[in-house]
Design a protein around this ligand. Sequence first.
Ligand SMILES: Cc1cc2nc3c(=O)[nH]c(=O)nc-3n(C[C@H](O)[C@H](O)[C@H](O)COP(=O)(O)OP(=O)(O)OC[C@H]3O[C@@H](n4cnc5c(N)ncnc54)[C@H](O)[C@@H]3O)c2cc1C
Length: 367
Amino acid sequence: MIGAGIVGLACAEELVRGGHDVRVLDPDPGGGATRAAAGMLALGGEAWHGETDLLRLGVASARLWLEYAARLQAASGVNVDLRTEGTLLVGQDHDDLRQVRRTIEVLATEGIAFRELDRPGARADEPTLSRVAGAVLLPEDHNVNPRLVAEALLRLLGDRVVRTRATVLDGRVCLAEGTEFGCDAVVIATGAQARSLVPQVRPVRGETIRLRVIDPPSRVLRARVHGETVYVVPRSDGEVVVGATEEEHAEQPVATLGTVVRLLHAARTLVPGLESAEIVEITARHRPGTPDNGPLLGVTHSPGPVRQVLAVGHYRGGVLLAPLTAQVIRAHVEGGDIPAVARPFVPSRFGPHEISTAADHWKDPMS
Ligand SMILES: Cc1cc2nc3c(=O)[nH]c(=O)nc-3n(C[C@H](O)[C@H](O)[C@H](O)COP(=O)(O)OP(=O)(O)OC[C@H]3O[C@@H](n4cnc5c(N)ncnc54)[C@H](O)[C@@H]3O)c2cc1C
């Protein structure tokens, strides 16, 4: 496994469960987009017109999460803070609410549960809200703490995780120290940095802000606030995650004043009690975007004897999609049956694909 973000870790743990001898290579396990992610398991909140296959993939993975979190927790001793209070989609003014209603048109066609709330209904449901125009409750959109999920998986994988960079060159796995690594199969799960090997992956910068609040909202709020999109994700320990910006961006991801101010302004308009929140952390990372917003899951052409499998391009949904991705990648490694819902996401949908063999793989593409 090259890459120990939430996707690589989940795939590695599933392969270990399948009896495989696994090594996970990453200089900074859990330090990529996984570190910034808010952890919304947003099957409904991210739904959009024209992305039916992706919505169905998300629904299938969301349905695995309750059992998955319970199993990780029992096996590792780490409580991953899965919260099942659902999500409120909120429109601050009437134009914002019209946009929110466009999302629920998609949910209605896929049979995903939702309940519309008028202005008093929204305030009664979530008293921390300001005077918003209305909201939609998505009872099945849960959330989890991705950092704790990574910690649980790292504990379960133990010394199978090796802190080093690696790449694939002419079908061989090469380590940064200049040595080669012998294996039957290699899974590439390097997030946005996969673009040096997989040209369809592009970095999309996102920032989240971690706050500490005395009176946090009781559930996830995803809102449009006078045209700005913002979310507020409460954790059980009193931390609240505010996010997220989204910018096409190829340089090292850094947080910028303009985007942070816009996010915080929208969050405080939505939840006035955030005024006195303590700012704990601001984190910027690259999401691994793709041309159709869906991941690349499957075998790719290999010049050598090593079976090459891609698990990249999870864009805005890597946390949501991790448990299902793990099962799909295990099936690809073993040559087993691929779940029907994942078949639209084979890398070959973008044409015949070969891992690039350029000599500059060691270059960090973000620098
Ligand atoms: C601001 C923000 C908010 C988000 N919120 C959510 C959310 O609420 N819900 C959700 O489902 N998703 C969310 N996402 C998306 C989610 O974080 C990503 O889809 C997910 O982290 C992708 O996981 P990954 O393991 O593929 O990549 P990453 O988490 O980026 O991990 C990639 C790993 O590969 C390693 N690596 C890279 N190159 C090499 C190499 N050559 N050798 C070895 N290792 C290497 C890196 O060190 C890193 O650890 C968010 C993302 C951002 C940025």
